[in-house]
Write a protein that binds this ligand. Structure first.
Ligand code: SF4
Length: 354
């Protein structure tokens, strides 16, 4: 007998053929998805509308749960960080951020990250491997168990550990599960995939799934961005912007979200704000300005309050759509740039909520 079928690796459409391959009627795919994702039932024995023989067969040939909790912590503002372990012992993190009318879940897509952005705790970890679709989706299943009664996950952002577009096939399949009416049934505008600017993969993502795109920009000149986001040396700002301007036929002018982490003395001047506005004016851009969250692995610091105010005022003067992000979960190292999955002590990039 080969490896058991990991059910969460497949959206209902592709699950049909996987089930057929192990002798189970394909139409069961949606029934099983309903149990796992809608009802939160992972034990085949409890899937009572499946015949007993089928339940026994699934128990022998298939698996549901792939992550276990190492621990979880909830901060003073209700942000909850889950530290989760894969079957072979790798540790990853997911974060839920409750707000007045929504609860956002920030997901990881890789163990570590190879892109090594200079302000990011995950980048400082190095890279181990991509997560599977099942490991991405199980973060949703596990983290919703921690929510208070009556609360549910309303928004999902792929902004945790890792660069999602380096793990595109697994991310696309996970998005299909999030959007599928018989699974998590989220509206496409409630799912956001973030990238540091992996240019060739951006149209590939948006041609496959109709999600929001967020771009971690963080700088307005190649000289600064080359240092903050080393991927910029391969795909400089001009190339990134041309690619984004070319997306209109796919996205039909859906907004593109830009993350701009403010770092003291690096990218926080009024000139930076004016350059940012000039760069983004041709796009349906929404800018999220995030003052840096301190963590021990980074040489950077957040700017002083008056510097942040001047930066925001300049963007407002340029009539840009811009939001200043309150930091969430800083006391539990769950804020932007702090995800680093230390198994002991406080531990885990940039969860933000478009
Ligand atoms: S900011 Fe994102 S892309 Fe850059 S190192 Fe961190 S996780 Fe990777």
């Amino acid at each position: 007998m080969g490896e058991p079928l990991s059910l969460k690796n497949h959206a209902p459409e592709s699950l049909r053929s996987e089930l057929a391959a192990i002798g189970v009627e394909p139409y069961r795919a949606e029934q099983i998805a309903n149990w796992i994702y809608v009802r939160g039932v992972e034990d085949f024995d409890a899937m009572t509308d499946l015949g007993r023989d089928l339940r026994v067969r699934l128990a022998q040939l298939a698996t549901t749960r792939v992550l276990t909790f190492v621990r979880s912590e909830t901060g003073a503002d209700g942000t909850t960080k889950g530290v989760l372990r894969t079957a072979e012992g790798h540790v990853i993190e997911a974060v839920t951020i409750p707000e007045e009318r929504r609860t956002t879940l920030c997901l990881s897509t890789q163990v570590g990250c190879p892109l090594a952005c200079s302000f990011c705790a995950t980048g400082a970890m190095g890279f181990t491997r991509n997560l599977t679709t099942a490991e991405i989706i199980d973060q949703v299943c596990r983290m919703r168990e921690l929510l208070p009664e009556g609360q549910s996950i309303t928004n999902v952002v792929f902004m945790g550990m890792g660069e999602p577009l380096l793990n595109l096939p697994a991310v696309v399949e996970a998005v299909k599960i999030l959007l599928h009416p018989k699974a998590f049934a989220l509206a496409p505008r409630r799912v956001t995939v973030s990238t540091a600017g992996l240019v060739p993969k951006i149209p590939e993502l948006l041609e496959q799934v109709p999600v929001n795109l967020a771009v971690s920009l963080h700088a307005t000149t190649d000289a600064v961005r080359d240092v903050l986001v080393p991927l910029n040396r391969r795909f400089p700002i001009r190339v990134l912007m041309e690619t984004l301007r070319g997306l209109e036929s796919i996205t039909r002018r859906r907004p593109v979200f830009f993350e701009y982490t403010l770092l003291e003395g690096v990218n926080d001047s009024p000139e930076d704000a004016r350059r940012l506005a000039t760069l983004l004016k041709p796009l349906p851009a929404k800018i999220n300005v995030i003052p840096m969250n301190s963590h021990t692995d980074s040489p950077h610091r957040p700017p002083a309050a008056d510097v942040i105010d001047r930066f925001m005022a300049e963007l407002a003067l340029q009539r840009m759509t811009v939001t200043l992000r309150r930091s969430r979960g800083e006391d539990i190292d769950a804020a932007c740039g702090q995800l680093a999955a230390r198994e002991t002590g406080s531990g885990p990039r940039e969860c933000s909520t478009p």
